[in-house]
Design a binder for this molecule. Sequence first.
Ligand code: DAH
Length: 388
Amino acid sequence: MNRKHGEMSAPNKSYDPVEVEALKPENIERIRDEALAAFAAADSLDALQEAKVAHAGGTSPLSLANREIGALPPHAKAAAGKLVGQARAAVGRGLAARQAELEAERDARVLVEEAVDVTLPYDRVPSGARHPLTTLSERIEDVFVAMGYEVAEGPEVEAEWFNFDALNIGPDHPARGTQDTFFVQGPDSGEGEATADAADSGVVLRTHTSPVQIRSMLDREPPVYVICPGRVYRSDELDATHTPVFNQVELLAVDEGLTMSDLKGTLDHMVKALFGEDMKTRLRPNFFPFTEPSAEMDMVCYVCRGESVGNPDRPCRTCSSEGWIELGGCGMVNPKVLVAAGVDPEKYSGFAFGFGIERMLMFRHNVEDMRDMVEGDVRFTRPFGMEI
Ligand code: DAH
């Protein structure tokens, strides 16, 4: 008889199970052993699933052999049934045992792989800190806000009129020259013409925070008490004492009856609040187009407190042993500036003060190189702590 593997035989009285290839005891044993070997070789639950389909599934050799039993003569069925039944039971037990083994292995592995080490530090990202320039300028703001001042801001890209003209800095003033000022090119006309020459655009990167004085007076009715921190720009090379972008704080008070002594008292209060009660200021005559009279304001040297003066044994690098540190410019607001900002100089007077934050940070914290303040290296900022 020429049968394909898996085809059932027709019932046949003279059929002998021994004659059916698939049901020969040695064949059943071989099939069983192959199945058990395949289960033992399966090294994962997925592999075991494949072995199960191949060796215990509906089309496995053992199932096919089982189907052959139906075609046997009655007397042969019992023996063949017992043989196949025992083999199937052995295969079932082998499969279940390997399944249990692999599941136990997986569970043990998951316990190790997915374990959480509760002893690891939870906070592995170092907490950030704000830049000392920001915190110092906020401290200065706080001193003035406590006195009733308002914080005012203005644009960094500024009209020349605000930055210069309204502050009585005429067109021929050297500060308007290109060696100091960044001019901003105007927008293209849109008609394919060459863009306007930047120096004629009337727009600059503000060179100081003083234009915020004008904006503050135009925005408010007097009395005006504002403190204006902000970034300013000058075309300097970055070196130990210069940076093309730096920060200033501007102070403006406009009210009835303000005098130079109000300015002096305000400055004294500021340095005491920022540097200690034993601090003092002094004013030296100077000139600024936007203040009249104008002064340069110095404070007692924060480092040597004046003790290096006439004392060659204790020289002070911060003040060059002069005992005083120059902090900024100040004065009574020039009446021309009040007029430009729409304030009646007959009724009101004002005082103003402007200074650089980088310089103040340098001597307040002994920073020797300005580049450290702009490069953003955390090794510089970290020692200042988390001040908020
Ligand atoms: N704006 C000046 C500068 O950047 C500083 C200054 C001087 C500001 C005198 C003032 C002032 O308000 O009264 O050099």
